[in-house]
Design a binder for this molecule. Structure first.
Ligand code: NAD
Ligand code: 6OD
Length: 489
């Protein structure tokens, strides 16, 4: 039974905010407080959204040139800027993350996503070939870019607004229409985005938002819908394979950004303090709930003990607490359900024989946060590479640290994973950095840094970590159909 006196989050379909009869509770992971009642889309609502998106392709939106669409995207970015604090509050209300992070990363990146893809779309390349023919007159072959059509966007809860706008912005920039479904855990910033898009004068049906769960709910209704032309999805690898099966009959275009079990490799020649600070950040940022986080840390044996001691000291001092406390480094996990998953790995690590160097427990605050979803940052050592805690994605503030002796050995151990998203190397040897980076089987390698982004670069993973690349021209390629036109002269 939905509780009263909290906001109701509605769908945005064909230019209107609409409610559906069934609603579910959106709770804060800080203290379990109810923050909103969220309408759950039924199949008919998803269908209305898809049909509206299809009609909008043929409407005024389809007549705009890329300069005009870019101007619309900049208006959306302006709209987010104008309501910056509302977006921060929405993101923090759903996730419990520190306000400072929501300001500097989540909402700031949403603005950058719209501005970057507005400008990039204007530079999308086409090709021209002069083709000889037997009669000597020749032919001209040239390519044009057309929208793919109606794009279904399904996004996760860990960086809700950042990852939703990372796909909405290039999809609109390339002239598509969109039906988006944010995670059921984090609907609030997406609902605000719909308000901003509405206020920016985007024609009805161009952007539609439906709320709900995955299987048997809005997510499945969207991916199974026959009138969707492409699906772009960020989330768990096993959800990716379910979606792949759902779209296979219609042979839809897909782009998948999936899970990771990323490594950080610290060589003995690394800047020690920078490496400790870097691994602290790459393992525990956002309570470890970033697909790029390092859950496997390999440290060259001569500095292994010193590194473990230094990281433990920093992790033990990592401050956990309320989002509006400026001293806080880390908030809660997204939900009690996710905390139960992370805690099950805390128990499993002990059963598998790990030494718990730091954390492994739930903090006790003696206040409302005890109803929240907090865990302590956790460091293990002593597990074999094939242990489940070292091979399976946990998606919490946790890493296992193992020693290594040789470069070829660590490359083989890093690559011995079903995932292949990202890796961070820490070394002052430039030749080694280039040599090792080329041999690591991942989509992204950082050297002496982590999560430093340039939105023009390709982003994506190999193996269970995903399919395809987005970012820069790769996004423009995914969200466009490149068609060839051949003119006989
Ligand atoms: P999830 O797969 O459980 O859910 C993601 C989205 O998919 C949600 O909106 C959910 O409702 C929807 N969904 C679930 N089942 C579905 C189905 N059968 N059909 C259609 N939609 C369905 O993932 P999550 O728990 O929200 O996010 C965490 C996961 O996402 C982690 O594995 C993380 O590594 C991954 N992730 C990857 C990247 C990347 O860029 N590679 C980025 C962020 C998160
Ligand atoms: O920064 C990005 O563009 C991006 N796609 C980040 C993904 C983070 C995963 O949690």
């Amino acid at each position: 039974m939905p509780a009263q006196n909290v906001p109701q989050i509605r769908h945005y379909v064909d230019g209107e905010f609409v409610a559906t009869a069934h609603a579910f509770a959106d709770r804060s992971p800080v203290d379990g407080r109810l923050v909103a009642n969220v309408c759950e889309a039924d199949e008919a609502t998803v269908d209305r959204a898809v049909q509206a998106a299809r009609r909008a392709l043929a409407g005024p939106w389809g007549q705009l040139d890329v300069q005009q669409r870019a101007a619309v995207l900049h208006r959306i970015a302006d709209g987010i800027e104008a309501r910056f604090d509302d977006f921060v509050a929405a993101e923090v209300g759903d996730t419990g993350r520190p306000l400072a992070q929501a300001r500097s990363l989540d909402v700031a990146r949403a603005i950058t996503n719209f501005r970057t893809f507005a400008d990039l779309a204007k530079t999308a390349n086409t090709e021209l070939f002069e083709t000889p023919t037997a009669d000597g007159a020749g032919a001209l072959n040239y390519t044009v870019r057309k929208p793919v059509g109606v794009v279904g966007i399904i996004s996760p809860w860990n960086l809700p607004l950042l990852l939703l706008t990372w796909k909405v912005a290039p999809a609109l920039a390339c002239g598509n229409t969109v039906v988006a479904k944010p995670s059921e855990e984090t609907p609030a910033s997406a609902a605000l985005l719909a308000e901003v898009i509405h206020a920016a004068g985007v024609p009805a049906g161009v952007f539609n938002l439906v709320h709900g769960f995955g299987g048997g709910s809005a997510g499945e209704f969207l991916t199974r819908h026959p009138d969707i032309d492409a699906i772009t999805f960020t989330g768990e690898s096993k959800t990716g394979s379910t979606i792949m099966r759902a779209v296979s009959d219609g042979v839809k275009e897909i782009s998948f950004e999936l899970g990771g079990k990323n490594a950080a490799v610290v060589f003995a020649d690394a800047d020690f303090d920078a490496a400790v600070a870097g691994v602290l950040r790459s393992s525990f940022t956002n309570a470890g709930q970033v697909c790029l986080c390092s859950e496997r840390v390999f440290v060259e044996r001569p500095i292994f003990d010193a590194f473990v001691a230094a990281l433990k000291a920093r992790a033990d001092a990592w401050r956990i607490g309320y989002p509006d406390d400026a001293e806080v480094d880390m908030g809660p996990l997204i939900s009690q359900g996710h905390r139960e998953k992370v805690l099950s790995y805390f128990r499993l690590a002990v059963e598998e024989g790990a030494t718990v160097v730091s954390g492994g427990t739930v903090p006790v605050f003696g206040d409302a946060r005890d109803h929240g979803a907090y865990v302590r940052p956790t460091i293990w050592t002593g597990l074999p590479d094939h242990a489940r805690c070292v091979t399976e994605e946990i998606f919490g503030p946790v890493c296992h640290i193992a020693p290594f002796d040789r470069e070829d050995e660590v490359i083989a151990r890093v690559n011995d994973s079903a995932y292949g998203l990202a890796c961070a190397l820490w070394t002052t040897n430039l030749a080694r950095a280039h040599r090792v980076a080329r041999q690591i089987r991942v989509g992204l390698t950082w050297v002496n840094t982590w999560y430093l982004r340039d939105l023009r670069t390709p982003f994506g993973g190999v193996g269970l970590s995903g399919l395809g690349r987005e970012g820069g021209r790769h996004s423009l390629d995914f969200y466009s159909e490149v068609a060839n036109i051949c003119i006989k002269l």
